[in-house]
Design a protein around this ligand. Structure first.
Ligand SMILES: *Cc1c(COP(=O)(O)O)cnc(C)c1O
Length: 391
């Protein structure tokens, strides 16, 4: 069946379109004033000095690792319950991912599980603000400082999230945003590295453009760089979207609250947390969790039911340590990620975008209720009951 209510949808205004089109009427299609404007806007917003626009969030994570000097054989601690890009960039550099467990409520890296994973080979910590819920970095920064480790913030889902008066992305040594069309704001494809460290920013700036430093001549290369540049078209879209960021975040929170109210009548489902103690949630996605009595098979039955009824939904995240490519890194982790294992089989992302209507939210919730009914009647559910799983 055709998907009638998509999982996500970009919010592009006429002003955004005009901003992109006006770039096309100039001779500057890359490395120009729009890039500077976009970089300034995002860095200011994150509360740090430097922003470096790059071609994707993944490119931003890659260059951040590179600039931090993380390389072959270096261990980096990161959550397994996150988007796979953070692990992939470690493999690009032949570094070793060491997976840490998450907190059962926030779904962010659990500081309590962090310290025991640190060895003499540990060179860094990657923290994500999962689904836009701000990670409380105070405990993690404390541990990192004690061990002399940099903290890289994967803030790809969390522009505008806040924790203890600081904005996501601007709290660790370096932070990365992403602007794929499902993110809170979009440039179609794109990312941004933000940092207060001028040297780090200069290195990342060089690495995105074949390794050229501004002070070097055009053909004077000391660094192995990439083409991770972001065009003026993308930057113009980003700069225009930044003007509406606060309005967009308010709209997303309004939609998330609407969902939460609708879900109050479905006791089998837990809504995501929308308030952070001394902080602000950036509503990136609306990911619900089934209660403990349900199994992965139940969740998959519900996923299929929603899809059959034209409702886009997603099973994320599938833990990274369970992916075939990462099996060889799971040894230190096996049996050691109980919260990740428990949560990841029961999560379901529901349609979530700025323009979603009250009627669509009601329809999603009603269909979810029916899907839960189907799961209850299916064999998958009774197996869980027989196995003694209780709520
Ligand atoms: C989207 C995302 C990325 C990667 O961003 P791309 O622009 O798609 O490369 C990285 N980490 C997280 C947590 C993300 O959600």
């Amino acid at each position: 069946m055709r998907i009638r209510i998509p999982l996500s949808a970009p919010d592009v205004s006429e002003a955004d379109i005009d901003a992109v089109v006006s770039v096309l009427r100039t001779a500057r299609l890359s490395i120009g004033p729009k890039m500077e404007e976009f970089e300034r806007a995002v860095a200011d917003y994150a509360g740090v000095r430097h922003g470096v626009a790059v071609s994707s969030g993944t490119a931003g994570l890659h260059l951040s690792l590179r600039a931090l000097g993380i390389g072959e054989g270096d261990e980096v601690i990161l959550p397994s319950f996150t988007f796979i890009a953070a692990a992939h960039v470690l493999l690009y550099e032949r570094a070793i991912p060491v997976f840490a467990d998450i907190d059962a409520v926030t779904l962010n890296l659990d500081p309590e599980k962090l310290e025991e994973l640190i060895t003499p080979r540990t060179r860094g910590i990657v923290v994500a603000h999962t689904f836009g819920y701000p990670a409380d970095l105070r405990g993690i920064l404390d541990i990192a400082l004690r061990h002399g480790l940099p903290v890289l913030e994967d803030a790809c889902e969390a522009i505008g999230a806040e924790s203890h008066g600081r904005r996501a992305g601007g709290i660790g040594q370096v932070g990365v945003f992403a602007f794929y069309p499902n993110k809170p704001i979009t440039t179609a494809e794109g990312g941004m590295v933000v940092t207060d460290d001028g040297e780090l920013a200069e290195t990342i700036r060089a690495l995105r453009n074949q390794g050229r430093k501004d002070t070097d001549g055009w053909s004077d290369h000391r660094l192995l760089g990439y083409n991770y540049r972001l065009s003026e078209l993308h930057c113009a879209l980003g700069a225009s979207q930044m003007l509406r960021l606060d309005e967009i975040l308010r709209r997303r929170m309004d939609r998330a609250l609407r969902y939460s109210r609708e879900l109050q009548s479905i006791p089998e489902v837990m809504a995501p947390p929308l308030v952070a103690s001394d902080g602000r949630v950036c509503c990136f996605a609306f990911v619900v969790r089934l209660t403990d009595e349900f199994t992965q098979a139940d969740r998959d039955v519900i996923h299929e039911y929603l899809t059959e009824h034209g409702i886009g939904c997603g099973r994320y995240f599938a833990p990274i340590h369970r992916q075939p490519l990462y099996a060889r890194f799971a040894e230190r982790t096996r049996g050691g990620l109980p919260v990740t294992e428990h949560v990841s089989v029961r999560t379901l992302a529901l349609p979530f975008f700025n323009a979603i209507t009250d009627g669509q939210i009601a329809e999603v919730c009603e269909t979810l209720r029916e899907g839960i009914g189907r799961a209850r009647r299916s064999g998958a559910h009774s197996t869980a009951a027989d196995a003694g799983c209780s709520r």
